[in-house]
Ligand binder design. Structure first.
Ligand SMILES: [Zn+2]
Length: 384
């Protein structure tokens, strides 16, 4: 398997700065986790789960570790009124209250949200954490960034990566198909994040690293090749997707920021998420939104931004046009998403919110994207 080999190379030759090691993505990874913990100076573990991930793996992990004589405390994060577990002040305090002086290590068992809460607490308490993803749903498991909702605003804090990651393919293959489709959606977002990153370098000299960009693209393309197997939740497809998500996380950790994996498509998704929170709507999966926002951004860049750039006849606009030209067609990307089990109904965003986000979402991050360039530089502004 191409990506597995790439990951092994990175872990053994450490050409990238990244601190998560070992990373085990295999059948039987939960046993590898137990072996790892027993070899470390770990006596007290705090396992953080939610109700679903307790069933998916939390309980089993707890039993396996207790049998080896490890003292395991489990904290189950509770959903809000809409039924969502949110990475916010409340969840952080809940976990902090369960960290004891004798806690040696935290274990995040579950989704991206659980990981974000645990990674934040891990950084604040200076206690390491181990990642146990239960679905290939997002690329943030092993990154340092923790997007946290503080007073209703989503802010990404640079915190810590897990010291180790164990993803058991048996658990991952049983994950709900909508979560698998969301993971694929998060990877598909790299089509636009990668060109936004290059555009940012061209527009404003934002830092850029070709090797890290290549790694992210390799991860994206490998997933695209097996979209069918991912949709059918076949082992090979799920393994490729999980490896791709982890490699994307490594790319972000190595770069020290989320540029490789997060461009305008992520800004749109964050904007929608904040709006949903304000309105008290039930949240959508991150990757389901990214699938939708990537389609919208590709369309916007190809139809609106490109036309505007064409009126500018200079070297920079030619360069930016060629970036847009390198994007696949909306229909192609939508077909891929559908193969992997994604449907537009998984991200129902009304037209008004879409238009508002296309206008305003770029303000959420101090980062150059083609969307921001279009609004701040290209659009004709009347002299007042
Ligand atoms: Zn993402």
């Amino acid at each position: 398997m191409k990506l597995k080999k790439r990951l092994d190379e990175i872990l053994t030759q450490s050409s990238f700065t990244q601190s998560t090691n070992p990373i085990v993505i295999s059948e039987g990874a939960l046993q590898s986790l137990v072996d790892y913990v027993t070899e470390q100076p770990i006596q007290h573990l705090l396992v953080v789960v939610d109700e679903q991930t307790l069933q998916a793996a939390g309980q089993e992990v707890g039993h396996m570790l207790t049998e080896k004589g490890i003292k395991v405390a489990t904290h189950c994060l509770q959903p809000n009124q809409q039924g969502d577990v949110i990475a916010d002040e409340q969840s952080i305090v809940d976990v902090l209250l369960h960290v004891q002086p004798e806690t040696d290590c935290l274990l995040a068992v579950g989704s991206g949200t659980i990981h974000d809460v645990v990674r934040f607490v891990s950084a604040k308490t200076e206690k390491p954490f181990i990642s146990v993803p239960t679905a290939p749903s997002v690329d943030g498991f092993n990154s340092k960034g923790a997007p946290i909702i503080v007073k209703g605003i989503k802010t990404t804090f640079q915190t810590v990566s897990p010291v180790a990651l164990f993803a058991d393919l048996t658990v991952l293959c049983q994950a709900p198909s909508s979560l698998v489709a969301a993971g694929f959606g998060d990877m598909i977002g790299k089509y636009t994040s990668l060109i936004d990153w290059q555009a940012g370098a061209a527009i404003a000299n934002e830092p850029y690293d070709q090797e890290i960009a290549d790694l992210t693209r390799e991860a994206l393309e490998s997933c695209v090749e097996v979209a069918d197997q991912i949709g059918n939740r076949e082992k090979e497809g799920i393994e490729t997707l999980m490896n791709a998500l982890v490699l994307s996380g490594i790319a972000m950790a190595a770069f020290g920021a989320s540029h490789p994996a997060s461009g305008a498509e992520h800004h749109l998704s964050h904007y929608w998420e904040m709006h949903f929170l304000e309105e008290g709507h039930k949240q959508l999966y991150h990757g389901a939104k990214i699938g939708r926002s990537t389609l919208l951004i590709i369309q916007y860049y190809k139809e609106i931004v490109r036309a505007s750039l064409r009126t500018e006849a200079n070297k920079k606009s030619e360069q930016l046009i060629s970036l847009i030209d390198s994007l696949p067609e909306v229909s192609e990307v939508e077909a891929l998403l559908r193969k992997a089990g994604w449907h537009p109904e998984q991200a129902p965003i009304d037209e008004e919110l879409i238009q508002l986000s296309l206008l305003k979402a770029y303000h959420l991050r101090d980062r150059w994207t083609l969307l921001r360039y279009y609004h701040e530089t290209l659009q004709w502004v009347p002299d007042l």
